[in-house]
Structure formats: structure tokens, C-alpha cells
Write a protein that binds this ligand. Structure first.
Ligand SMILES: Cc1cc2nc3c(=O)[nH]c(=O)nc-3n(C[C@H](O)[C@H](O)[C@H](O)COP(=O)(O)OP(=O)(O)OC[C@H]3O[C@@H](n4cnc5c(N)ncnc54)[C@H](O)[C@@H]3O)c2cc1C
Length: 376
């Protein structure tokens, strides 16, 4: 049954900030979600651009910052779960795993690793629900959901019907997808109902996908430059190692550790033209990126490195808000709630970081979390 209750975002987001909502619907089944969605067709472009949507879709609240005043419309919390696997109809033993939008993501990864299905193991420890993972093409340690995602079923609020969107149609990029690009100020056109992944299965001895990330490879005693087949490890080892690396950076939720009261990385890694490199100190980390639309070469920079070099070290910003918020003491990319922070406090710290990086390097950092009723 649909439950309508009075709740606060501070109790339903990982940064633990944000006020109340006009209405809060917890959908325990897909049918209940569709009932609410059919009451909330896509508003006009003008209303969406002016943050005038009456609907806010909520998964695990781990990539969301809502104003201290809250959100006047309806929150639809997707809480329906379920995960199934079926063999793919060919000889190689692959499996198709279908996950309901509300299923906790890390439980999905644990479930697949336990059954020796390879492809998601490097994405261990990321908070939130499965339905949100395609929105920003969730990624970590050299893996992204776009590498294994086949398609999603989604409610199209414009057409008022359920549609299937293929990996190609989702047009994934770095922390980006068509789902995100058709969302305006938190107002989505598509609401993901379930996601399908094609994973590799070669019996009990199924190894991991090739490890692509140097730090992870080192921790597993692999050479990241070796041939693909020499960059594989037991699935469970990859999961355990990723979880340990993430925990060391405050990137695994722990209610007792304020370094994890955050939205994860607050800023995306900036993607800039290659010419910008000449303006940066030697040794500034850079990674390959796709060329610009006009074909000019681009590189991805490390936001954490820029923040640190701009003078915002771990723990930065506490003095700006009487200690209620600061950068994590383990990682410069997370803006954290030290216990009784408000949304405004987190934005004050984030704004100071963004300004310092702009002053030091002329580079504009962009927030990764979705901001509702507030801005940086
Ligand atoms: C400690 C920590 C570590 C993190 N590490 C990583 C990381 O390594 N890599 C990474 O990519 N991210 C990371 N994140 C960010 C976050 O976990 C992911 O973006 C996650 O996928 C968000 O899921 P959620 O269910 O919490 O989404 P929410 O925060 O509930 O929602 C985020 C946005 O997606 C929309 N949305 C949610 N569900 C749906 C749906 N079913 N259909 C359409 N729109 C939807 C919401 O409306 C909102 O706009 C981290 C966050 C934290 C707190």
C-alpha cells in the first residue's frame, strides 16, 4: 500500500541536511510508483527551468542536496526492490541481471559477486539505489555502469508511458547520460523503473573484469599496463579491496564517521581543452577524455588535486561555519556534515572551495550532486 507520511530530507539523504516536503510518497511497488507518476506529467519547459516541478524522485538520497526550506511538491521515494538473473541465449554463459529501481546498489553488487557474475565488482560500496545509477553513469575505480548496462525501463513523463531505453539511446558520458541531460533543476523527463545488466559468468572460477585503475591494480598486485587477461583477480578480492580503499577515503557510509556524511564527491573532475594544461603547474594529473564536439582535444583533470593545490586541504572550511561542516578529513573532494550542519553550511564550504580553485587556476568546478531549491 502507498504510504504518505511527514518526513525530512535530513533523515533520507546521506549528507543529512534538508527540510520537509509538501507530500512524501513511499512507493513499495512499481505499480504504486506509476500511480503517483501518472498524477505528475512533465511540466512545461518554462516551469521546469524555473524549478517549478511538483515532483522530486528520490532513491537513496546520496547525490542530492535539498534546501533547508525543503521542497513544496511531492517526493516520490522509490522503495521497490527485486533482482533476478537469467541466462543469455548464447553459448558463452553470460547472464542478464534485472534490478528494480529501489534496490540498494551495493546489495546488487554483493549479490552478483556472490553468484560469480563479473562486471560490477569495481562498483562496490557506492551508496544509493540501482535506479539512479544510469542517471549519472555511476563510476569508480575504472568501471562505469555503462560498461555492462543493456537497457532501462523508464516512465516517460512527457509521453505518459513506460519506455525501454537502450544503452545507445542513453548516450552515456563521464558522470553523464541522456537521463541527466533531460533533467532540468532536478525535474526528470524519465523515471527509471528497472535496469538490466549483461554480466559475465564462467562458472565458479569466473574472474573479475580486467582491472583498469592503477591504485586498485597495485593493491591487488596486478600491473595496470599488462594485457587484459593478466589484469583479472578473484571477484571477491576485487570487491574486498575496493571496499577497503573506499573506506580509507571516507567513501563508504558509516553513521559513526562524519567524513561519510556527504554526497560523496562534491565536484566532478573538470574536462578542459588541452591548451589549459600549459597554465597548470607541472605534474598536474590528467586523464584521457573524449574530444570536444568540434573535434578539439580535451583532458580530464583531478578536482581533488586542484582543490588541494588551491589551498583547501582536508578539513578545510570548518572556520567558515563554526565547525558544523568542512571538507572531509580523509579526502578533499567531499563536503561533509560534522553533526549539525545545514544545507546552507555545506554550500558555504563548497562555495569557498570553488572560489579558491577559480582564483588559483581559472578553472570552474561544477557540483556533482543535484541541488534542489538551493544553488552554489
Ligand atoms: C559516500 C559516498 C560515496 C559516493 N561514491 C560515488 C562513486 O564512487 N561514484 C559515483 O558515481 N557516485 C558516488 N556517489 C554518489 C551517489 O552515490 C550516486 O550518484 C548514486 O547513484 C545516487 O543514487 P541515489 O539513489 O542515492 O540517488 P538520489 O540521491 O536519491 O538522487 C540523485 C538524482 O537522481 C534522480 N533519481 C534517483 N532515482 C532515479 C530514478 N529511478 N529515475 C530517474 N531519476 C532518479 C533524483 O531525482 C536526483 O536528481 C557517492 C555518494 C556518497 C554519499
Amino acid at each position: 500500500m502507498r504510504q504518505t507520511v511527514m518526513r525530512r530530507f535530513s533523515d533520507h539523504t546521506t549528507a543529512r541536511v534538508g527540510g520537509t516536503a509538501g507530500e512524501w510518497v513511499v512507493a513499495g511497488t512499481e505499480f504504486e510508483a506509476l500511480q503517483t507518476l501518472s498524477r505528475h506529467p512533465l511540466p512545461s519547459e518554462e516551469d521546469r527551468a524555473a524549478s517549478g516541478d511538483t515532483l522530486l524522485v528520490l532513491g537513496g538520497g546520496s547525490n542530492l542536496l535539498v534546501a533547508d526550506d525543503g521542497f513544496a511538491g511531492t517526493v516520490l521515494q522509490l522503495a521497490f526492490t527485486g533482482i533476478t538473473a537469467a541466462p543469455v541465449n548464447d553459448d558463452d554463459g553470460d547472464v542478464m541481471v534485472t534490478v528494480a529501481a529501489g534496490h540498494e546498489w551495493d546489495d546488487v553488487v554483493a549479490w552478483t559477486v556472490q553468484r560469480r557474475y563479473a562486471g560490477l565488482e569495481a562498483l562496490s560500496g557506492i551508496p544509493g539505489a540501482a535506479g539512479a545509477t544510469p542517471v549519472q553513469n555511476v563510476g569508480a575505480y575504472g568501471a562505469e555502469v555503462s560498461q555492462t548496462l543493456v537497457d532501462v525501463r523508464a516512465w516517460d513523463r512527457l509521453l505518459g508511458e513506460v519506455v525501454t531505453l537502450s544503452n545507445e539511446e542513453l548516450d552515456f558520458g563521464y558522470r553523464d547520460s541522456m537521463l541527466k541531460r533531460t533533467t532540468l533543476h532536478g525535474s526528470p523527463r524519465y523515471v527509471v523503473l528497472s535496469v538490466r545488466f549483461r554480466l559475465t559468468h564462467r562458472g565458479e572460477a569466473t574472474p573479475s573484469s580486467p582491472v583498469r585503475y592503477a591504485e586498485l591494480a597495485r593493491s591487488l598486485s596486478l600491473d595496470v599496463n599488462a594485457a587484459e587477461d593478466q589484469r583479472r583477480a578473484p571477484l571477491a578480492d576485487v570487491r574486498t579491496t575496493v571496499l577497503a580503499l573506499r573506506a580509507g577515503k571516507g567513501m563508504v557510509l558509516d553513521p559513526a564517521d562524519h567524513d561519510t556524511w556527504s554526497t560523496g564527491s562534491f565536484f566532478t573532475n573538470p574536462i578542459v581543452g588541452e591548451d589549459v594544461l600549459a597554465t597548470l603547474p607541472e605534474g598536474a594529473p590528467r586523464f584521457p577524455a573524449l574530444p570536444d564536439v568540434d573535434g578539439s582535444p580535451r583532458v580530464k583533470l583531478s578536482a581533488a588535486w586542484l582543490i588541494d593545490r588551491a589551498g583547501c586541504q582536508k578539513g578545510f572550511g570548518a572556520d567558515l561555519v563554526d565547525g558544523r561542516a568542512s571538507l572531509s578529513t580523509k579526502h578533499t573532494l567531499a563536503v561533509t556534515n560534522r553533526g549539525d550542519a545545514s544545507t546552507a553550511d555545506l554550500l558555504t564550504v563548497a562555495g569557498a572551495v570553488r572560489d579558491r580553485v577559480r582564483e588559483a587556476f581559472g578553472i570552474e568546478l561544477h557540483p556533482e550532486p543535484v541541488l534542489i531549491g538551493c544553488e552554489l
